[in-house]
Design a protein around this ligand. Structure first.
Ligand code: ZN
Ligand code: ZN
Length: 278
């Protein structure tokens, strides 16, 4: 379905370095990049431009724009969000989406990776020592930094800093003219190898998902979309909140498949039973 077709990667931050080889060998496509593509218009991590849509819609718009610019009927875009992990306290996470659109076959496939592998961080700093301690902690200079001089009226921002002399010089400059100076990790893929590696994992996931086809209509992207709770307790036999089945639904023909006992056990430990262990 994809062999020898041109696929555009909607990026201006070198994500093709990890995405292109995986897609070319995994799907047989030829990857290209859009020219004059400015993905910053959909929002920047450093806050100058706020993201207006949710991550999937943002990725979709970037992807469609890159397809329009290049005349490709397949495109791919990723979108990351950084912040506290939704279920693990005090840990930062990279919530990354990768979306593929094939307009010829009317297919959209989305993959998600919620990774705790991230250096996402920021700090208001007063001294050069604080600056360098922060830099060391977040993996500078292999990972880029952002310096912000914060004032009441206007902020000054320097992005993509990967040189220590430059870092110190910019810090001292900003200190003279700002109320506060803040240092942040640069989350753009090209300045952040940790994020790049998460995107790489996601690209592999996407290829696997594309190869997973619907048993009924054979369209790609057939994957688990839901879980059913109700695995019965081994002691009292009552249904628990644990998963008894994975449910996959084809987004094209609606074919539904239920896989019973996906975790390899047919009963649940009474420890997780609301009746035996309330
Ligand atoms: Zn189907
Ligand atoms: Zn029980």
């Amino acid at each position: 379905m994809f062999k020898d077709r041109r696929l555009v990667i909607a990026t201006m931050h070198k994500k093709e370095q990890v995405i292109a080889p995986i897609l070319e060998s995994g799907l047989g496509v030829k990857c290209i990049l859009p020219e004059h593509f400015n993905s910053d218009q959909w929002g920047t991590f450093s806050g100058e431009i706020e993201r207006k849509h949710d991550p999937i819609e943002t990725a979709r718009q970037k992807c469609l724009k890159a397809m329009e610019l290049t005349g490709c009927d397949i495109g791919i875009a990723s979108e990351g969000s950084f912040g506290p992990h939704p279920s693990i306290f005090f840990i930062q996470a990279d919530d990354e989406f990768l979306l593929l659109i094939d307009s010829k076959n009317n297919i959209e496939i989305v993959c998600r990776e919620l990774s705790t592998k991230t250096n996402f961080n920021s700090k208001v700093i007063q001294t050069e020592k604080e600056l360098l301690d922060f830099a060391l902690m977040v993996g500078f200079p292999s990972h880029g930094l952002i310096l912000k001089g914060i004032n009441d009226d206007q902020n000054t921002i320097h992005k993509g800093i990967i040189d220590q002399d430059e870092l110190i010089q910019l810090f001292n400059q900003l200190k003279q003219h700002s109320l506060r100076v803040q240092v942040e990790t640069d989350m753009r893929a090209i300045y952040n190898p940790t994020r790049m590696s998460v995107i790489e994992v996601l690209a592999r996931k996407l290829v696997t998902k594309v190869h997973s086809t619907c048993p009924h209509c054979e369209m790609p992207g057939f994957d688990i979309t839901d879980f059913r709770a109700g695995l019965s307790c081994s002691l009292c036999g009552m249904p628990t909140k644990s998963t008894i089945a994975h449910i996959s639904v084809c987004s094209h023909c609606g074919f539904t498949k239920e896989d019973l006992f996906p975790n390899g056990k047919t009963t649940e430990d009474p420890m997780y039973c609301d009746r035996c262990n309330p």
